[in-house]
Write a protein that binds this ligand. Structure first.
Ligand code: NDP
Length: 280
């Protein structure tokens, strides 16, 4: 039997509808959520992400403030801007679109964001909170993935979950969220020996690597839930995931497409965090 498609597009649209109502309520209390997005340079992929975030803000009723800075902007200038935004009462969330140009230290910049306005949840204070399970903001991509897994109805308690990728923004927080849901979690990376065998024991397989079609049908346990975070731009301009979708859908019970899977969920979760920041 073919896997059911977990449409991030549909789930995200439901979530945005709910958030629109929350924003109406906030507005009734005299608060309109505001999100500041800082983009440095003219990387085309970053521009697409920023435009999509702005579109989502407009739909929900969040005010978005874009700061598009030239690639040669200094680290000090970005830090000064963030300090100003930290004090601005109309701004509830601050997001710095990554990657930043090489002369800028990402870590230093992210450290400047007020943790209460850190809607990406990248600040070490928020990362620490995720670690101990007492969080205000969930990191957007892992939060979107968890939401999609819940929609399958699978009981995560005691289930075998394998996360491929250990980045600070996806793999590590993803593993932590699954652990908080009482799953047995294995994290794989570039040095993992026999990736196929490890993946094959997963009831839930989350892949966040950035290598097109790395995961083939024979990596997947029959009936597993497969979540593909990978977003790879192919030579023909099309997007492709880390999972070989055509092969995997013959083995998995649920699978996310690329595009239209995790991507829209990430943006919906960013909106959720911004509304939450305004509520706080
Ligand atoms: P990183 O490059 O930061 O991390 C990639 C991870 O994959 C690393 O931990 C690396 O291991 C591991 N890896 C590399 N090669 C292999 C391999 N052959 N086998 C097993 N593991 C491997 O990427 P990100 O986490 O930032 O992003 C991953 C993917 O997800 C990208 O395609 C990105 O575009 C996409 N993405 C999508 C989002 C969305 O909203 N849909 C949001 C964020 C990311 P090691 O640590 O050993 O180097």
């Amino acid at each position: 039997m073919e896997a059911k498609i977990l449409s991030g597009r549909d789930i995200a649209s439901e979530i945005r509808l709910g958030l629109k109502n929350d924003v109406e309520k906030l507005k009734g209390n005299g608060v309109q959520p505001g999100l500041a997005v800082i983009i440095v340079g003219d990387e085309p992929a970053s521009r697409i992400y920023v435009n999509n975030k702005k579109k989502a803000c407009d739909e929900i009723g969040i005010r978005s403030f874009e700061y598009a800075l030239p690639a040669e902007t200094s680290e000090e200038e970005i830090i000064e801007l963030i300090k100003t935004l930290n004090c601005d009462k109309n701004i509830h969330g601050i997001l710095v679109q990554l990657p930043l140009p090489p002369h800028i230290n990402d870590e230093k910049v992210l450290l400047t964001i007020d943790p209460d306005k850190d809607v990406d949840a990248f600040h070490p204070v928020n990362v620490g909170k995720i670690m101990i399970g007492n969080y205000r903001f969930l990191p957007c991509t892992p939060a979107g993935v968890i939401e999609m897994i819940h929609r399958t109805g699978i009981d995560l308690k005691g289930s075998e979950c394998v996360v491929v990728g250990r980045s600070n923004i996806v793999g590590k927080p993803m593993a932590m969220l699954l652990l908080h849901e009482h799953a047995t979690v294995t994290v794989c990376h570039s040095r993992t020996k026999d990736l196929k065998t490890v993946c094959k024991r997963a009831d839930v397989l989350v892949v966040a690597v950035g290598k097109p079609k790395l995961i083939k049908a024979d990596f997947i346990k029959p009936g597993a839930v497969v979540i593909d975070v990978g977003t790879n731009r192919m030579e023909n301009g099309k997007l492709c995931g880390d999972v070989d979708f055509e092969e995997a859908k013959g083995v998995a019970s649920y699978i996310t497409p690329v595009p239209g899977g995790v991507g829209p969920m990430t943006i919906a979760m960013l909106m959720k965090n911004t509304v939450k920041a305004a509520e706080i």
